[in-house]
Design a protein around this ligand. Structure first.
Ligand code: 8YV
Length: 326
């Protein structure tokens, strides 16, 4: 009998779905919500594997999932899972690193440019028919080239942001990370410094950290108060790393010059969010990795990981390989 697999909250490209269906019996859940939660949990209890994204799956949902061997998240971040709980249950979790690094760094760097040069605000100005004479100081932006780029979290994506800033825009790079990244230090003349120095000295502060118990709410009022009044704050990782009311207050008090945000505490961002009132905030709908090419590559990577795990082979991108014997 074919192993059963659940696909949830993500359409797989047809060739990838076919690859899965060749070996597994597939059940698809387009959404996971209050209305179908019981049905979804019942399906988990029958499944050997799962593949999907963007749904918070707490440990209690897996009690009784005795056949479940592997979950492939179609994302690099895996904060929607209790990894220790999965490991205890013998369920391996895989993610999709590498394939989304460059696209996500492109998104983050586009926020650097868009906030500093007021791209969205001024494009709207033109569309609204307000461009009626040569623009003046009121429409001027801020230079990006040559300014100091501070990166909190210099992993794969942070390093790709550093390359764009340093090699493309001549920006000195400061970074703070759990450990030194000697490769990016050499490639981008990136200088390791304390979080305080980074916050104080950077013209652009990019958060490229995973969401963990340590990073949750780690950028708050005290951190915004340390930033230069002319600094731009960019978040392309997870909304919950930032204390959003403190960010709103920093914008209100003009403690920072602007913010570029791809991620929010609540997604989709509620239409009445105070963040949407600020012309100097560029808000995107979590598009970090959202290109045709990259989302395809992520699906492909996740399917490979899942099929490997279900075949008893150690998957290339296991987050907790120790969960099972390979
Ligand atoms: C996705 C992401 O938008 O990979 C991640 O961690 O945040 C994004 O690439 C999201 O997880 C849905 O796949």
């Amino acid at each position: 009998m074919k192993k059963r697999v659940i696909v949830f909250h993500r359409k797989l490209p047809a060739p990838e779905l076919a690859r899965l269906e060749a070996e597994c019996a597939v059940t698809h859940f387009e959404q996971v919500n209050q209305a179908n939660r019981t049905e979804f949990i019942a399906a988990i209890h029958q499944a050997h594997g799962m593949i999907g994204a963007s749904v918070k799956l707490d440990d209690t949902m897996f009690a009784g999932a005795t056949d479940l061997e592997a979950i492939a998240t179609i994302s690099v971040g895996y904060d929607n899972y209790d990894v220790a709980g999965l490991t205890r249950r013998g369920i391996v979790l895989t993610n999709t690193p590498d394939v989304l690094t460059e696209s996500t760094a492109d998104t983050i760097f586009s926020l650097v440019l868009a906030t500093a040069r007021r791209i969205v605000e001024l494009a709207e100005f033109v569309k609204a028919g307000r461009w009626q004479r040569s623009i003046g100081e009121a429409q001027f932006g801020t230079d990006v080239h040559g300014k100091t780029l501070g990166i909190l979290g210099l992993g794969r994506i942070g390093s790709a942001v550093a390359r764009r800033g340093h090699l493309g825009f001549g920006m000195p790079i400061l970074y703070h990370n759990r450990s030194r990244n000697l490769e990016t230090e050499a490639q981008c003349a990136a200088r390791y410094c304390s979080r305080e120095e980074l916050l104080r000295e950077s013209d652009f502060i990019c958060v490229v950290l995973p969401l963990t118990a340590e990073t949750e709410n780690s950028i708050g009022a005290a951190e915004f108060a340390q930033m230069k009044p002319g600094a731009f704050f960019i978040n392309g990782s997870r909304g919950k790393i930032v204390d959003e009311p403190a960010l709103i207050e920093a914008l209100e008090k003009e403690q920072i010059r602007g913010a570029g945000l791809d991620v929010f505490v609540r997604e989709p961002l509620p239409a009445d969010s105070p963040l949407l009132r600020f012309p100097n905030v560029v808000a995107l709908p979590h598009i970090g990795s959202a290109t045709h090419e990259t989302r395809y590559a992520m699906a492909q990577c996740a399917v490979t990981n899942l099929l490997d795990a279900l075949a008893g082979r150690r998957p290339p991108d296991a987050v907790n390989p120790e969960a099972r014997a390979w």
